[in-house]
Structures are given as C-alpha cells and as structure tokens.
Design a binder for this molecule. Structure first.
Ligand SMILES: [Zn+2]
Length: 281
C-alpha cells in the first residue's frame, strides 16, 4: 500500500506523537485536597484532657478532605454545617463557640467539584462536627463501621452526640458497613482503618500518595498534638479502654509505615498543611 517514503512519513509521525505524549504530565493516581471546615473555641479544654488544663481556653480547627482517585471521589468527613456561618453558635452551656468562615460547598465549587460527583463518603465518626454537610452528598455511598451504623440509625443517636438531621438524606440502604479495615479503591492507596473508642465505630484514614508518601488522617482518635504525646483520652469518649487501644494501634501503624500523622482538629498543625485549591499527590 505504501512506498518507502510513505512508511518513513508514518514512522516520523509515530515518533513525534509518542514524544508529545511523554511531555504531558502524568495524571496522579490520587490527589488529596484539605479543606478548612470550621473553628471550635473552647473556654475550658479540660474535657479533652481530664485533670489537666482545667479552665484553660483553646481553639481547635476542623478539617475535611477530598480524595480524588482515578477510580472515584471520596470525601473524608463533612465538617461543621456550613449554615453555622461566621456569626456562629454556642454549645456545651457556652463552653464552646462554633463558627464556619469558609463553607465546604464553596471550597468544592472553587475546584470545580460538585457534591453529586462524590462517590464515597467516609465519615470518621458521626459526631455532629463531622457530619455537618453530609446531606449534600446524596449520590455517595457511606462507608462506616457496623457499630457506628447501628448507633447512627438506632433508636437513640443523640445519646452518642450524633445529629440525625445532618445525615437524613443519605441512603442508608447502600451504605458499606465494615467490621474491619477497608481498601476503598482496591489498590492499597486509600484504606479506612477501624479504630474504635471515641464513638462505638470510630475509624481513621490511610492515604498513600505517589509523591508525598503515606499519610494517616486521625479522625478524632486524638484532637491535638499535646494529647497525642501524652496519650490522653477525653472524658466524653464512648469507651476509654478501646480509645487507648486504638491510639496505640494508630501510633504503631504510623511508625511502621513511616507516615505523616495529620490531626484533623489540630489548628496549629493545620496551619502548616497546604489547603485547597492546592493539593497533595
Ligand atoms: Zn470532632
């Protein structure tokens, strides 16, 4: 069909095309975005460190995450309800003032992600400061431990400081109920790890990025660095023994993987972490 110069022409075109391909940056397997999802101002932080720092004020942050895997999108924790706004609300007899200065839905829109595009909703636990915006992710499959499911959809969710209105629009029938760890996309890059105690079915997240390497994201296995260093269990945790076991398990896992350990509520640590629209890969 082709003469010699015809073949030569095709060969040149093929070489040019393949070199073009090489110049295009490779799309990462996983991108990790961090969002600011509220501020918690405590007048007395000691419920988090029983017997220590009584009457000492402390401000905690609140973080949410988007994991963009080539096979799908997962939100990890849905923060404080965006509607709380900058005026804020009081909790715990005035000990706690909550505000949201940067709504999660606005931050997602800024990176052109709509809530309908979220395939999975991983919630570390169902305290209201982690489910605030959950109802926006109506297409997402919930991923949670069975114990958390039973508490969240049982007779008395409020007993566990859950706010059922905040997750009422999610389809509980298609939830993925776990009794252990779960490899979300099947390639070891994004793993939910069972870490009970803070609530009946608390869990943490492990993300292994190509460039940044492994990161463990805390849920509320701990709330800030000082308590992590001293292995302190908050007085309001569901199960103290399980909480301590989980803290030790997570600490050993972080060490084994040589992972970074990100504490979701630690305001000071989060100041050094890149936030959306920047991302980790
Ligand atoms: Zn929390």
């Amino acid at each position: 069909m082709f003469n010699k110069s015809g073949y030569l022409f095709l060969l040149i075109v093929a070489v040019l095309l393949s070199s073009c391909e090489k110049q295009q940056p490779k799309e990462p397997i996983v991108k990790l975005y961090v969002f600011e999802c509220g501020i918690h101002e405590f007048k007395d932080i000691s419920p988090f460190s029983p017997g220590v720092d009584e009457g000492v004020a402390k401000t905690l942050g609140n973080s949410c995450y988007l994991i963009q895997h080539q096979k799908g999108n997962m939100i990890w924790d849905a923060g404080l309800d965006d509607s709380i706004g900058t005026k804020g609300v009081d909790f715990w007899e005035g000990n706690l003032h909550l505000t949201v200065t940067n709504p999660l839905m606005k931050q997602l829109a800024e990176i052109n992600v709509s809530p309908e595009q979220i395939d999975f909703l991983g919630i570390s636990h169902f305290h209201f400061d982690h489910t605030g915006n959950a109802n926006n992710f109506v297409n997402a499959k919930l991923i949670l431990q069975k114990e958390e499911y039973d508490a969240a959809y049982g007779k008395e969710p409020e007993k566990y400081f859950f706010s059922p209105d905040s997750y009422s629009k999610l389809d509980k029938e298609k939830a993925i109920q776990l009794t252990g760890d779960h490899d979300v996309f099947g390639d070891g890059r994004v793993i939910i790890k069972r870490a009970l105690g803070h609530t009946p079915g608390h869990q943490v997240l492990y993300v292994n990025l190509e460039q940044e390497g492994p990161i463990v994201i805390s849920g509320d296995v701990v709330h800030y660095t000082k308590n992590w260093e001293n292995m302190r269990v908050p007085s309001f945790n569901f199960d103290k023994e399980e909480s301590l076991k989980s803290m030790k398990m997570v600490a050993a896992f972080v060490k084994e993987k040589k992972a970074m350990f990100w504490i979701q509520h630690d305001l000071e640590q989060n100041a050094g972490i890149k936030h959306s629209p920047a991302y980790y890969q």
